[in-house]
Design a binder for this molecule. Structure first.
Ligand code: HEC
Length: 97
């Protein structure tokens, strides 16, 4: 019985490890969606659908560094690590395709 449980645990851990990245992107994008509609519709706030991964990433980095001035996006980008910016950019860029 014990070895089977241990094997199951190893499987669970390795699976959640593999799924971590896309999940993180989706979770972070859910916070963006409260302002940016992820279906590409206009609301007055610019759509972030169709920008592409590199543009998303460089925009977030520019907001974080205050190179691109905007209080709202600066605060949001400031809360994201480089890794989080990369995964949210990858996730958002894959939407609307
Ligand atoms: C509280 C509302 C709000 C949230 C939440 C928010 N944004 Fe924004 N975002 C804005 C506004 C407002 C602008 C326009 C700023 C400007 O004029 O530069 C903007 C601009 C942008 C731009 C630039 C678009 C362009 O056309 O160049 C990108 C990229 C972006 N946001 C990505 C994100 C991502 C990714 C998230 C989630 C991690 C996010 N935003 C969360 C309000 C928000």
């Amino acid at each position: 019985m014990r070895p089977a449980i241990a094997a199951g645990l190893v499987l669970l851990v390795s699976q959640s490890g593999a799924a971590a990245e896309p999940d993180q992107g989706a979770q972070l994008a859910a916070t963006c969606a409260s302002c940016h509609r992820l279906d590409g519709g206009g609301t007055g706030i610019p759509s972030i659908i169709g920008l592409g991964e590199e543009r998303l990433k460089s925009a977030l980095l520019a907001y974080r560094a205050s190179e691109r001035p905007n209080h709202i996006m600066h605060a949001i980008a400031l809360s994201l690590s480089d890794e989080e910016i990369a995964s949210v950019a990858r996730y958002v860029a894959a939407q609307g395709k």
